[in-house]
Design a protein around this ligand. Structure first.
Ligand code: HEC
Length: 103
């Protein structure tokens, strides 16, 4: 392969890599996934029956959710919810709530 072609190939590969990285962030910043939480924690995580999620730091939310995932599925209402999501799902759900203003 000529060096010129090698450069083009490299450029295409790098372009593909950056596209793959940016495709990971959902266009709605996780709102669609987070909407599954609205029925109990309120629309956008505000004024729900079980505590506000809006404006809580992503670390706090992830710590709590990861604790819940370790509990048996029947431990409380949250345990089966927390266990149903992948790490990536929970990352974007908590990303969404943490970037909303605190009520
Ligand atoms: C069916 C109702 C229901 C749904 C849906 C629900 N939750 Fe919960 N959530 C609860 C209840 C009940 C608690 C309190 C659990 C306990 O400690 O007994 C709770 C607690 C929490 C807590 C801990 C709050 C605190 O201050 O300790 C977090 C964080 C949380 N939920 C996040 C979520 C997220 C994120 C989702 C969506 C993926 C979600 N919840 C969906 C009912 C629900």
């Amino acid at each position: 392969m000529k060096p010129r072609h090698l450069k083009t190939l490299l450029a295409v590969m790098l372009c593909g890599l950056s596209l793959a990285a940016s495709a990971q962030q959902p266009a709605d910043n996780g709102r669609l996934l987070a909407s599954n939480c609205f029925q109990c924690h309120g629309t956008n995580g505000v004024n729900g029956a079980f505590g506000n999620l809006a404006g809580v730091t992503q670390k706090d939310l992830l710590d709590k959710l990861n604790d819940m995932r370790l509990k048996p599925a029947g431990a409380n209402l949250m345990a089966p919810h927390a266990r149903g999501y992948s790490n990536t799902d929970l990352y974007w759900i908590t990303y969404y709530f943490s970037r909303l203003p605190k009520p």
